[in-house]
Write a protein that binds this ligand. Structure first.
Ligand code: ISE
Length: 341
């Protein structure tokens, strides 16, 4: 039997801890054995809770020969720095999305990876692992419904913290739609616009909420995504694909309906952990299996870079009130071949 991967993780916030829990208690083939965090009290508490080693210096941990692979679950702005450290150490690395909030730092990761000569990075675009989105992908690929023409999507959170700002609606939240729709449709984007109307009274001065992002793909598919971060009522994700021969809808989560108080009530998820539980488990099991086999099978740093380019164009479109052309780049041979090392 193959030995389990010894994984180290940097960034022990909510999402980091939820990944340690899933890997160490439910998944096979790897264990998180060490953690680090710039907030040493939080890092030590997580290490103790999960029986891991605590390492004060995240870069020393990433470089240490004691660990086979790295998970980066820090604040968004630090993803690229630690991902690059893992590349330099020649290790497979899973970084939460976004690869970096801006395209320049994504580009630096791409350059470091190409310089190293081996694909090592997977980005946490977990919607690609959701059974509902996978069903839509299969339906589109079957050709049975003809070509997709329009997509109507919504991404609603019940609430967000006070440090969540206007650009984050695109760069932290709608980045999921930017990636999963590019993967569903199998093509890159051509233009972006963002419309902002009346703002909810629940949003502070730092946040324009809601926003509507409109993307067109190279072949002309037109997509609208409503982002409503302080929607109050629940965490709700919608995706409707209008095709030539039918309308495809992302399945709703299977919560039982309750008849009570003269009403029929079906619960709505409270957060993304409750909305996408299987997606996270499948994502990490596939990452561990591919890492053990020496491959990157999931969304890679090129996908992260393409997402960041589209996001930066959408942010510029919002800030300037214009339609912005998305100046994507041709995929380098390195990523086309999916260099397997
Ligand atoms: C958060 O960072 C996530 O990744 C969630 O999946 C997303 O739905 C939420 O809007 C983001 O803030």
């Amino acid at each position: 039997m193959e030995k389990d991967l010894n994984i180290c993780l940097v960034g022990t916030g909510w999402i980091g801890k939820s990944h340690i829990l899933r890997i160490n208690s439910r998944l096979k083939g790897g264990k998180v054995v060490a953690v680090s965090d710039v907030n040493s009290a939080a890092g030590k508490a997580a290490a103790e809770a999960f029986g891991c080693e605590y390492v004060a210096d995240p870069k020393a941990m990433i470089a240490s020969k004691a660990f086979d692979a790295v998970i980066v679950t820090t604040a968004d702005a630090a993803h690229a720095e630690y991902t690059t450290a893992a590349i330099r150490a020649g290790k497979f690395v899973f970084t939460e999305k976004p690869l970096a909030p801006d395209r320049e730092n994504c580009r630096k990761v791409i350059e470091a990876e190409m310089e190293g000569g081996r694909m090592l990075v997977q980005v946490g675009f977990m919607r690609r692992y959701d059974p509902g989105y996978r069903q839509l992908k299969k339906m589109l690929a079957s050709g049975q419904y003809g070509a997709p023409l329009l997509l109507h999507c919504a991404h609603r959170n019940p609430d967000v913290p006070d440090d969540y700002t206007t650009p984050m609606e695109v760069e932290n939240s709608m980045i999921h739609e930017i990636d999963v729709l590019r993967w569903l449709l199998g093509e890159d984007y051509a233009t972006a616009e963002v419309a902002c109307g009346r703002k909810t009274r629940h949003a502070g001065p730092q946040l324009q909420d809601p926003q509507v992002m409109i993307l067109t793909t190279k072949s002309g598919v037109r997509i609208d995504v409503e982002m409503f971060a302080k929607a109050r009522y629940g965490y709700d994700i919608k995706c409707e694909i209008v095709c030539e021969e039918g309308i495809l809808n992302l399945p709703e989560p299977a919560f039982a309906m309750v008849r009570t108080n003269m009403a029929r009530v079906t619960p709505i998820a409270k957060d993304w952990g409750e909305r996408f539980p299987e997606a996270f488990d499948i994502e990490f099991q596939e990452w561990i299996d591919a890492t053990a086999a020496g491959r990157v099978d999931g969304p890679n740093s090129w996908d992260g870079y393409m997402g960041a380019i589209a996001a930066s164009c959408a942010s510029r479109a919002r800030d300037t009130g214009t339609v912005v052309r998305i100046d994507g780049e041709p995929m380098p041979e390195f990523y086309r071949k999916g260099a397997k090392g």
